[in-house]
Design a protein around this ligand. Structure first.
Ligand code: ZN
Ligand code: ZN
Length: 408
């Protein structure tokens, strides 16, 4: 951005620009934004938020689940070959993989072992807990029991009281009636005390596209091209919840490497070497991972707990280099942070590749541009988050969904 000398009348130029974008209310912001940018340039002040960006995959099942097939060794190898830094395993209703000593670093891939609590509805994934749920682990007794009467608030509280973190899993899962996949959605929104929720679940999105045999075959061979992105109702609810309190958004995979038979053919859904190319959750951390070490788990969990994270589909392009910062002369904040607005601030988004950038405020589109960056002024509090889309194969594909900066 070209610096504007102090004292020069910039009104004429900014009026013209405001005229193009329309809206009288926007003009004031624009002028002050230009002045503020100029001031930054004169002072040569820069804020550097130096954070590590680690790519992870959350929510997957190994052969410790009744419906999982891949061994932990296969999962870790698939993660390594895909450049994944951490994997968050969630077998159904028990922590046996952890008791067997599998939670550790495997030559650059850190495995974190949590649990997925799976009654008929209201699935919940939790991490950072070392004890069985209730008095014994419930696996095998409790894969999907209709009659087992357990309220979601009970297991949300249980996880929190044990010092763990937990996320509402695939809240708007619909299944696929055509292919006999049952619906496993979340239906009790009176709950409180959870860390966050899945905002984009690979299986929800992928199964939602299985509306006929032809589409199913396309979806099987080219899943990334069929994905639609987070569901509108999921994002709407997430935005609403975030206005009351921090609700961290994560990406989920929910892969089991299930084998389905159809017309005499076997379909493996999906080998992890393929599945790990889909939806990932990145965490931004001050501390760096150690070669070996317990601490890596704490680094990931604390970043997730504070929302320093974004969700990405990296099948087409990697996302490292993505940044979203809100700053003024004295303060800088990124995803998951609170920012205390003093008059005016600037929001800056940078992408590693050209894309469509949408800055969302309180669930509404605030600014949109196509390019590698977006910079704009902010003079009102709100919950600001970013969506980015990548142009591939004749359309914009969902690419990046950030957690918000909470501007107070
Ligand atoms: Zn589930
Ligand atoms: Zn699952």
């Amino acid at each position: 951005m070209r610096p504007v000398p102090a004292g020069r009348d910039i009104r004429k130029k900014t009026n013209a620009r405001a005229g193009r974008t329309g809206g009288g209310g926007e003009r004031a912001v624009f002028i002050r934004e230009e002045i503020l940018k100029a001031r930054f340039q004169e002072d040569r002040r820069t804020f550097v938020l130096k954070l590590n960006d680690y790519a992870g995959v959350i929510h997957l099942h190994s052969d410790y689940s009744h419906d999982g097939r891949a061994s932990i060794r296969e999962i870790v190898e698939a993660a390594r070959s895909n450049g994944i830094d951490f994997v968050m395993l969630t077998d159904h209703n028990w922590l046996q993989a952890k008791y067997d000593g599998h939670e550790r670093s495997y030559d650059g891939v850190h495995l974190i072992i949590g649990i997925e609590v799976t009654p008929r509805y209201n699935h919940y994934i939790a991490f950072g807990i070392d004890e069985p749920l209730i008095s014994c682990d419930l696996a095998w007794v409790f894969p999907y029991e209709d009659e087992l009467d357990i309220s979601p608030q009970f297991y949300i509280d249980w996880v929190r009281n044990k010092g763990g973190i937990g996320f509402i899993a695939h809240p708007d899962h619909e299944g696929s009636p055509r292919f006999h996949v049952k619906q496993f959605n979340w239906n009790d929104w009176s709950v409180t005390g959870y860390t966050g929720m899945g905002i984009w679940d690979f299986m929800t999105d992928w199964q939602g596209q299985l509306t006929g045999f032809a589409r199913a075959l396309l979806s099987y061979y080219w899943p990334a091209y069929m994905l639609k992105g987070p569901k509108k109702e999921t994002l709407r609810r997430w935005d609403e919840l975030n206005r009351a309190r921090r609700v961290v958004g994560i990406g989920e995979l929910d892969n089991h490497e299930t084998i389905k038979e159809m017309l005499g053919f076997e379909f493996r859904i999906f080998p992890f070497s393929k599945a790990f190319r889909f939806i990932r959750t990145h965490v931004l951390t001050e501390a760096s991972f150690l070669e070996e070490g317990e601490r890596n788990r704490e680094i990931v969990l604390s970043a997730l707990k504070r929302g320093r994270a974004y969700v990405a589909l990296e099948y087409f392009e990697e996302t490292r280099g993505f940044s979203f910062v809100v700053l003024d002369e004295s303060e800088a904040a990124t995803m998951g942070d609170e920012f205390y607005l003093d008059d005016i601030a600037i929001a800056q988004v940078e992408l590693p590749q050209k894309g469509k950038i949408r800055l969302i405020r309180n669930g509404e589109l605030f600014r949109e541009t196509v390019g590698r960056e977006l910079t704009c002024g902010i003079d009102e509090p709100g919950i600001y988050r970013v969506e980015a889309y990548l142009w591939r194969a004749f359309r914009y594909r969902p690419w990046i969904f950030s957690n918000p900066v909470y501007v107070r």
